[in-house]
Write a protein that binds this ligand. Structure first.
Ligand code: CAA
Length: 469
């Protein structure tokens, strides 16, 4: 029997637009307590795309960085996938635009031998794309070539809505190959859930999503927890993780990286998961003792998400219990050790939809390394969520060569100098009052949109990009 190749993430590169909105300006303009944004949501700066930027050029910018820093040429790459929920065309895939941009650098037709598609399932699609490409390499159909998966999005909500303070923009390009330097996927354990839901969606032609905020939060938690249950079953069955009496599977996961629509959601997801995993273990009585109250139960524990949300007495008590749990030494030990570093980037960039969990991974690696921790052999557990809805839980092990990649990571340098927008400038951008020809910043060493539509009807929808050197 042939041995399955070890496959995973070898390196990653990020692109973040240079404009941002400061939380204090935003809070003042909307009459919100800035403390709510800083601590209740966990946002300080939201990246805002310029008029000549879209998800395709952000994706190409991240991909070019990834290729340049790894001295990769198109012939080294067999697949370029883009996962996004900021699609530009109903038919033409975003990766075709990206290939067009990359070929301005590497030569016309230089990617012709490769393949790839655009993937959609709200924020989870990048995780599916990564896994499908990892399996393409494991199946040894890659002819020695690597795959690049780019996750790229602009999170834009209605002005004045509660979603407006969870905006952001950016892209992450990930290099997938055999014997990766960064992280190897744990095989046979990825687990998914899927259900037809309307927690967050964006009908055709609408620029901003329709959101049921509290429903989406609870659905995220429940979906990831269900996928985690399936992951646990597989991890035990395959012998990947061996549980001793009184242990939780979370004890065998060194780091958690989860979908981050906003920083606080990561903290809440960890709390929900730990409560679920610990409540039947001996340690729970010590947790309850520290909290000083019993865990509340919904009137109908087998009810729907709607019935749980409508059970206001339970919801109130559960909020109180969750907050108290998040104050315990038990939660805080896990949070500080296993999650906090992954949330740093989210607070200064904002929501990146498909890219948010991978920006979290990048943040986790950089800031844990800067603490001087030896990361070799550590297991990262991922909780990916996409509204609509699907969750994917998987894990990977940090590889011996990780230092080669992680020691060069510097978030501030990678983001580059940024320009703060006034609320007035931000609102003009939000209302699309400036065209792509009237960008706020003059682009430098990056791809931008230079033409939209042609002079004739058959060129409608054409998008032309240029690399500005
Ligand atoms: N100081 C400190 N904290 C404060 C505060 C103050 N003065 N005032 C309020 N807060 C706290 C609240 O107590 C609350 O904290 P907890 O979460 O610990 O309870 C927090 O600020 C948020 O406040 P609200 O509960 O009042 O929530 P909101 O009305 O501001 O809405 C939201 C928050 C639902 C996330 C909204 O921003 C939203 O709809 N966002 C878009 C949807 C979304 O991101 N959903 C996430 C799951 S779906 C998904 O993940 C897919 C995706 O990418 C969109």
């Amino acid at each position: 029997m042939s041995v399955m190749p070890v496959v995973g993430i070898d390196d990653l590169a990020i692109y973040v637009p240079k404009l941002y909105l400061d939380y204090k300006d935003f809070a003042e303009a909307r009459g919100i307590d800035p403390q709510k944004l800083e601590y209740g949501i966990g946002i300080k700066k939201m990246a805002i795309a310029d008029t000549n930027q879209d998800s395709a050029c952000m994706a190409a910018n991240a991909c070019l960085k990834l290729m340049q820093k790894n001295h990769l040429h198109p012939e080294d790459i067999g697949r370029v996938y883009v996962a996004t929920e900021s699609s530009l065309d109903e038919s033409k895939a975003m990766n075709s635009f990206v290939i067009g941009m990359l070929e301005q650098i590497y030569g016309e037709g230089s990617f012709e031998h490769a393949g790839g598609i655009e993937c959609k399932f709200a924020c989870v699609s990048g995780s599916y794309a990564l896994y499908d490409n990892a399996n393409w390499i494991r199946a040894e159909e890659n002819n020695g070539k690597a795959a690049i998966v780019i996750v790229s999005d602009i999170a834009k909500y209605d002005m004045g809505s509660t979603g407006e303070y969870t905006q952001g923009a950016g892209a992450v390009a990930l290099l997938i190959r055999e014997n990766p330097r960064l992280m190897a996927y744990d095989p046979k354990v990825p687990s998914t859930t899927i259900k037809n839901e309307y927690d967050f969606y964006r009908p055709f032609g609408k620029e901003t999503p329709l959101v049921n905020g509290s429903y989406s939060n609870l659905l995220y938690l429940i979906s990831v927890r269900k996928a985690f249950d399936l992951y646990k079953e597989k991890a035990i069955k395959t012998g990947l993780i061996k549980l001793k009496d009184g242990e939780s599977i979370t004890d065998h996961i060194d780091y958690f990286a989860v979908h981050l629509p906003y920083r606080k959601m990561g903290e809440k997801a960890l709390a929900y998961l730990l409560r679920h995993e610990w409540r039947h273990l001996p340690r729970w009585k010590h947790v309850i003792k520290e909290i000083g109250m019993q865990e509340p139960q919904p009137k109908d524990p087998r009810g729907t998400i709607e019935s749980i949300l409508a059970d206001t007495e339970f919801m109130k008590a559960d909020e109180q219990f969750r907050r108290a749990f998040m104050q315990t030494s038990f939660y805080n030990e896990v949070y500080e050790k296993k999650m906090a570093s992954s949330l740093e980037a989210s607070a200064i960039i904002g929501n990146l939809y498909t890219a948010s969990m991978y920006m979290g991974l990048r943040s986790l690696l950089e800031f844990e390394f800067k603490k001087g921790i030896d990361l070799e052999g550590k297991r990262i557990g991922f909780g990916s969520y996409g509204s609509g809805s699907s969750a994917m839980v998987f894990s990977g092990i940090i590889q011996p060569q990780y230092k080669e990649v992680v020691s060069k990571m510097n978030l501030d340098e990678d983001i580059g100098p940024r320009q703060k927008l006034s609320m007035e400038e931000y609102e003009r951008l939000h209302r699309n009052e400036r065209t792509f020809k009237d960008s706020v910043i003059r682009a430098h060493k990056e791809f931008v949109l230079v033409r939209l539509g042609g002079n004739t009807a058959d060129k409608a929808g054409f998008r032309e990009y240029n690399y500005v050197s």
